[in-house]
Design a protein around this ligand. Structure first.
Ligand SMILES: [Zn+2]
Ligand SMILES: [Zn+2]
Length: 160
């Protein structure tokens, strides 16, 4: 049986982006997956120094707010709770991981050669798309990671 999906979930929202940022736990709307996306309920997130840089905005990158992103985090592990209409091969209940790149272009030299971390079209999770400091996150099915049995979420999250 599919679990009930609430309207809102908890999130660690960055307040005061910049050198004196804070993270506040707030309730945010649970996103609706697009046709090619999964909705994942995260059980764990990694905490990474890059998250701090994104929240401080001390790298030569636009701030999170420029992308409408309120939660950092790019290493998440959880379970699929809803599957977009056009998605094949994923089911509710499957374990799922969220990576530092939430998506890539899938159609450049780097992507074709397994070097998609160099893709110029890479979407940085927790900067350009909603991060893993929240309970519910959508993810493109084609670029969501499988988590094998025998690997706990607390271990799988940071490995992403
Ligand atoms: Zn990291
Ligand atoms: Zn690419």
């Amino acid at each position: 049986m599919a679990e009930e999906i609430p309207k809102q979930g908890k999130a660690g929202v960055v307040v005061n982006e910049g050198s004196d940022f804070k993270i506040e736990v707030q309730m945010v709307d649970v996103p609706e997956p697009k046709d090619d996306e999964l909705l994942v309920r995260l059980n764990c997130t990694g905490l990474c120094m890059s998250d701090v840089h994104f929240m401080m905005n001390d790298w030569a990158l636009p701030p999170m707010s420029a992308f409408g992103v309120r939660c950092a985090g790019h290493e998440g592990a959880g379970v699929v709770v809803k599957v977009g209409k056009a998605v094949k091969g994923w089911n509710v209940g499957d374990r799922a991981g969220i990576k530092p790149l939430s998506d890539v272009c899938h159609n450049c030299e780097e992507c074709w050669n397994g070097r998609e971390n160099y893709c110029a079209g890479g979407v940085y999770t927790g900067l350009m798309s909603a991060g893993t400091y929240q309970q519910y996150l959508t993810s493109p099915a084609i670029y969501t990671s499988r988590i094998p049995d025998g690997v706990e979420d607390a271990v799988a999250g940071p490995i992403m």
